[in-house]
Design a protein around this ligand. Structure first.
Ligand SMILES: [Zn+2]
Length: 298
């Protein structure tokens, strides 16, 4: 069992009742969390806060999974893991088949759950924005926060609302998350088929470029301000305490993280909503997937 989850369960006085999860215990238990994003995949284990491995996500799901498998076999051998939690940036249907992923359209129809089951006896898949929020709720900045909005900056923009301590999931199963809020003009055509989605401008590559140049372009600043204002306004209306900024794009650049946080804090201050950066920007999604295995909430 991951150390953090063990500590949390010990505090709560609970134990796992899932027979698939109770076959092994103690430090020898082989459990990992992975995150499959549009640009790269990462693996965490142990207490889940340190990335153990990462690689490029490609247009071919088979090729991507084979590279992931190669690392897992090298680290853990060919015996299946006890459990694997997968944070995924696309959407999957009830059977674990990819039902939509605007940033990686070639993955649609891929039987992700079936392939992951070759790696571990118990597998769960959850939305990456939900996983990032779970990590902050469990061991991050939102531990004592009942109501907040988590916004996760990766290749695109994800996230979710947490209301009264409960994660709210999008109604659709097409992987359109916060990045597909139509906050921009009709001239911005999105890969998802819509127009005006905020992540047509506010995306991982644009944030990396801004960080390298120490300069936020006017279109990017406009997109950030529109999203920050929307987040602040909806939080104010719903009575939410704060906006938590998460995601790997913020982990890669200290400058752009500060620049985004400044905009979100300024827009939040105008309506009395706080904004803060998460504690687990790079490892958050995989860490959340690992923790959700133990919480059995996927
Ligand atoms: Zn879109």
């Amino acid at each position: 069992m991951p150390q953090i989850a063990a500590q949390r369960q010990a505090r709560a006085g609970t134990t796992s009742e899932d027979p698939e999860l109770s076959g092994a215990s103690g430090p020898e238990r082989r459990v990992v969390g992975i995150d499959i994003g549009a640009t790269k995949w990462t693996v965490v284990a142990g207490d889940g806060t340190r990335i153990r491995a990462s690689g490029a996500t490609s247009a071919s799901p088979d090729a991507t999974l084979r590279r992931l498998e190669s690392w897992l076999v090298g680290a853990y051998g060919r015996e299946p893991l006890d459990a694997l939690g997968c944070s995924f940036a696309g959407a999957v249907d009830r059977d674990g088949v990819v039902s939509g992923w605007p940033n990686r359209v070639s993955w649609k129809g891929y039987a992700l759950l079936d392939d992951l089951r070759a790696f571990a006896r118990h597998v769960s898949i959850a939305d990456d924005g939900v996983c990032a929020a779970r990590a902050e709720m469990a061991v991050g900045v939102a531990q004592d926060v009942r109501d907040f909005l988590s916004v996760s900056f990766g290749t695109g923009v994800g996230g979710c609302f947490v209301l009264d301590g409960s994660v709210r999931r999008a109604r659709s199963d097409d992987a359109r998350s916060i990045g597909h809020l139509r906050l921009l003009g009709e001239q911005h055509r999105c890969a998802c088929g819509w127009r005006g989605c905020v992540q047509t401008v506010l995306c991982g590559p644009a944030l990396a470029q801004a960080d390298a140049a120490r300069h936020v372009s006017a279109p990017l600043r406009d997109a950030v301000e529109r999203l920050a204002r929307w987040c602040a306004d909806v939080c104010q209306q719903l009575g939410l305490e704060m906006v938590v900024l998460a995601g790997g794009s913020l982990a890669r650049g200290e400058w752009i993280r500060a620049a985004l946080l400044d905009v979100f804090q300024r827009e939040g201050e105008a309506v009395g909503v706080a904004a803060t950066a998460g504690s687990h920007l790079a490892a958050g999604p995989a860490l959340g997937a690992l923790l959700m295995l133990e919480e059995r909430t996927t």
